[in-house]
Ligand binder design. Structure first.
Ligand code: MTE
Length: 338
């Protein structure tokens, strides 16, 4: 795997550099790497679960609004915004909505013309989430396809403010709307044979330029949790953010939020949940087994093979701050790993 260096926010020479300058710097770097330019092909040379930090894009560069949610169901106005669950508190201010909804890691929406993976919001226009079902399979009583609207009506919604930590050291703090994964699992009634859940994302070459143009990735995106992790009270299935249904680039219309784990465990646009007896393979572990293990809990003392995890930076341009063990959720989850 080639190790191409793209400057991170914490590596900027001058913190006062303008966003435009940073954007130009990145284009220059990519040009030197041969990743942009006339007719350049995208090559799998920059593999990383979260390559390119969420920086360097001016809010003036917003594309036409193609990312508005198109998944709707009767009575949805009763579920957004949802009442905040005050049990989960933050030690920092919330990230601005524009930042959290415009710098998104979503490999399915990398355009062949635009190597910046954090521009997903520009390429979600053809993503059709209007009629969304989740397939429930494996060792579970309630099998089959379920309409997401029916699930939300059954589960209800609440708001939780959570920290979020990418493996590449950027972080944010956002208000998710959704429902407890544990509550949903109890409703589905898994059998004793269910030891893990495998989650699968939607994938379509017609709707997602990154699927059409990056055939070296093992689409669809897939992830997994141990059953006891999935049953932990912190695990959330999110259908909204900032009091509204999820924009497409944030993983509409339903995604996983497990904030004590690195960002790549938080799988987006889920179409299938399978209850299995053996530990499932995961997308990033398939690509780079030594870099993205199955459990992947946030741990400042355990460096990634290519960088330290001791510090992080809040997007878009926060100062370095210490990484918290389990991203600050140890009181809820540490006992799972004794
Ligand atoms: N889910 C899918 N299907 N495809 C992806 O590329 N990226 C993951 C995760 N879920 C990803 C995904 C990574 S690496 C991160 S850091 C988070 O989504 C980013 O979530 P955000 O865009 O809402 O910040």
């Amino acid at each position: 795997m080639a190790n191409i260096h793209i400057p991170k926010p914490w590596e900027r020479i001058s913190p006062k550099a303008t966003e435009e300058k940073i954007y130009q710097d990145r284009r220059q770097i990519l040009k030197q790497l041969g990743l942009i330019g006339a007719g350049s092909l995208l090559l799998p040379t920059t593999l990383s679960a979260c390559m390119n930090p969420k920086d360097g894009q001016s809010s003036q560069m917003a594309a036409p609004d193609q990312q508005a949610p198109d998944f709707h169901f009767e009575g949805e106005e009763n579920f957004y915004p949802a009442k905040r669950n005050e049990r989960y508190t933050l030690d920092r201010p919330l990230t601005e909505e524009y930042t959290a909804t415009h710098y998104n890691n979503f490999y399915e929406f990398i355009s062949p013309k635009d190597r910046n993976i954090y521009n997903a919001y520009k390429y979600v226009g053809k993503f059709d989430t209007s009629d969304w079902q989740i397939e429930i399979a494996g060792h579970v009583e309630k099998k089959g396809k379920m309409h997401l609207g029916d699930i939300i009506k059954e589960m209800g919604t609440e708001e939780r403010t959570y920290r979020f930590r990418c493996v590449e050291r950027w972080s944010m703090a956002v208000p998710w709307t959704g429902f407890s994964l544990a509550k949903f699992i109890q409703y589905l009634q898994p059998t004793d044979k269910a030891k893990y859940i495998k989650f699968t994302s939607f994938a379509s070459a017609k709707q997602m330029p990154g699927v059409a143009n990056q055939d070296w990735y093992p689409w669809p995106y897939y992830e997994g949790l141990r059953m006891d992790e999935a049953m932990n009270e912190v695990a959330l299935l999110a259908t909204g953010i900032y009091g509204k249904p999820l924009p497409k680039q944030n993983g509409a219309p339903v995604r996983l939020v497990v904030p004590w784990k690195y960002g790549y465990k938080n799988i987006k646009s889920i179409v299938k949940m399978e209850f299995v007896s053996k530990q499932p393979q995961t997308f990033w572990n398939t690509i780079a087994p030594s870099e993205y293990p199955f459990v992947s809990n946030v741990n400042p003392a355990k460096p990634h093979p290519r960088w330290s995890q001791a510090q992080e930076r809040m997007i878009p341009d926060g100062e370095p701050r210490p990484t918290l063990p389990f991203n600050g959720y140890g009181e809820f989850v540490a006992s799972l790993y004794k």
